[in-house]
Design a protein around this ligand. Structure first.
Ligand code: SF4
Length: 505
């Protein structure tokens, strides 16, 4: 029965996780050209471009967060969907074993990671029948950072900086602009949005995510929606949120809008935000063998053109070398906007570690340390560990804990993405520490700054949540919150809010 089906699904997963589709590459290439190389966004985009190339060359995960695997499968009438679902699940588990997917399926009650990306609700597999003989499988891997920036609006609504959003296309545009503004850099901008007008709360989000299966360069067949998409794209980049929320000319690389009928009493606008690491691919399979007949979204006759024309960070000569452990004087000398290259010891810690440290002693001495908000992909080779993907995770989740942890353990630098809030900013000032924004999604680039894994603590939380002890060399990041009370994130949010007001004025 469909002897090649399993291998085809496995190839689809591996390729989706490691190789961005051509339309996304083209959009990111345009973004790269739009930002001067020596600006914060320009430097970040150069790292992203190198990361995209490294992922293809090494067949490594583009981003360490390989997201929620979501399969959309079309089958001929009579196909055995029960068997196919089981094969898809086995292929997901195998891709996880091979380190192409990070174990991402967590029991919502116990917090235990299943370790193989299987569990209730994961992966997501939707089937639909069609009249054709072949099978179509599309896959999207959408990570948690951008998933957390999804938004749903019930119109009419009063929106900050935008005023009233009515039940019409102008109100929809306001809702989309608000969602993008609210996301700032937390969804790893520049991103793309899938939007659904109407439906109910559930179908609205589903249809919004389905829009992300459209290519970024297509034109909506509905002229009213085509005009709305063009209108959003014509204005959204004036917000100057830029790459990772660093400020800049490109905030969004795509806006795709669909519509469903709604109940008379409801008018939902659902926005699914995807990051620059916009991983979606598809295949057409022979319905007798399950072998791949054709790849979707890519032209096999066109070779993959490298994104970056250089290796390493674009150096301006102003980079500051930091070596951990750090002193009070080291961090107080830093200002928002400084680009730093961190070397020495670094410890990972995300949600489980932060919750643990609120009630327990640290497993290592964290005085002067650099704490990295990161859930890496790590593989065991013999008796040694090797990190294969290690970009930053969204920091704001640790806001309730971070200030206390800086105070109690003497942490001097926190690295993550998207910035943190007022409580952490106050703690940085009071206790002498800084927040460093790394480039979200640049998992391959950062994995190569890790010289070795020195150990691991709290492994009972699972691989992504454990505390990994790393030695790094020239790990680049930008000071976005300093020890003097300054925050680039706060400034960009306020400035982009003013731009929103001028857009609708
Ligand atoms: S690029 Fe950013 S938002 Fe996207 S999956 Fe990676 S960490 Fe999450």
């Amino acid at each position: 029965m469909l002897a090649s089906f399993f291998d085809s699904v496995l190839s689809l997963i591996v390729r989706t996780s490691t190789d961005l589709p051509p339309d996304v590459r083209a959009a990111m290439g345009t973004a790269l050209k739009a930002e001067p190389a020596d600006t914060r966004s320009g430097q970040a985009l150069t790292i992203i471009a190198q990361n995209i190339d490294l992922a293809v060359d090494s067949e490594g995960a583009i981003c360490q967060d390989t997201g929620m695997p979501t399969f959309e499968i079309k089958t001929p009438v009579g196909a055995n969907q029960i068997w196919m679902r089981q094969q898809v699940r086995e292929a997901v588990a195998e891709a996880t074993r091979r380190g192409k997917l990070r174990p991402n399926s967590v029991d919502s009650i116990t917090g235990k990671n299943s370790g193989d990306n299987l569990g209730p609700g994961t992966p997501i597999v939707h089937f639909e029948q069609w009249e054709r003989d072949e099978l179509e499988i599309k896959l999207i891997l959408k990570g948690g950072g951008c998933e957390n920036t999804n938004a749903q609006y019930a119109l009419p609504a009063e929106l900050p900086h935008l005023g009233r959003a009515d039940r019409n296309l102008d109100g929809v545009k306001k809702a989309v602009l608000h969602a993008v503004w609210n996301a700032q850099g937390r969804g790893c901008s520049p991103g793309a949005v899938g939007v659904c007008i109407g439906g109910d709360r559930t179908s609205g989000y589903t249809h919004a995510k389905e829009q992300l299966f459209r290519t970024l360069d297509d034109v909506n067949p509905d002229p009213r929606l085509a005009e709305l998409e063009a209108s959003v794209m014509a204005t959204v980049n004036n917000l100057e949120i830029g790459t990772m929320g660093f400020g800049g000319n490109v905030t969004l690389i795509g806006c795709k809008i669909g519509a469903l009928n709604r109940l008379p009493a409801s008018f939902f606008v659902s926005v699914a935000y995807d990051c620059w690491a916009f991983r979606r691919l598809g295949v057409l399979l022979d319905s007798k063998t399950g072998a791949i007949e054709r790849w979707l979204y890519r032209d096999p006759s066109s070779p993959i053109v490298p994104m970056a024309d250089q290796a390493g960070l674009v150096r301006t000569g102003r980079e500051i070398a930091l070596r951990a452990p750090l002193s009070d004087a080291d961090v107080r000398a830093l200002q928002v906007g400084d680009v730093v290259l961190v070397s020495g010891a670094m410890y990972t810690g995300r949600d489980a570690v932060h919750a643990h440290l609120m009630k327990h002693e640290a497993p290592v001495d964290l005085r002067g340390s650099v704490l990295y908000h990161c859930g890496p992909v790590v593989v065991k080779e013999g008796d040694r560990w090797r990190v294969t993907a290690a970009g930053p995770t969204t920091s704001i989740r640790e806001e309730p804990y971070q200030g206390e942890i800086i105070k109690r353990f003497g942490v001097r630098a926190v690295i993550g993405k998207g910035g943190m809030g007022a409580k952490t900013l106050a703690a940085l000032k009071e206790h002498g520490a800084v927040y460093l924004n790394a480039i979200g999604g640049a998992a391959q680039f950062y994995a190569r700054t890790i010289e070795r894994v020195d150990g691991v603590s709290l492994m009972e939380f699972g691989t992504p949540e454990a505390m990994w002890h790393l030695t790094v060399k020239d790990f680049p990041a930008i000071v976005t919150m300093d020890a003097h009370g300054n925050s680039l994130h706060r400034d960009i949010e306020q400035e982009s809010g003013k731009h929103l007001e001028s857009i609708i004025a």
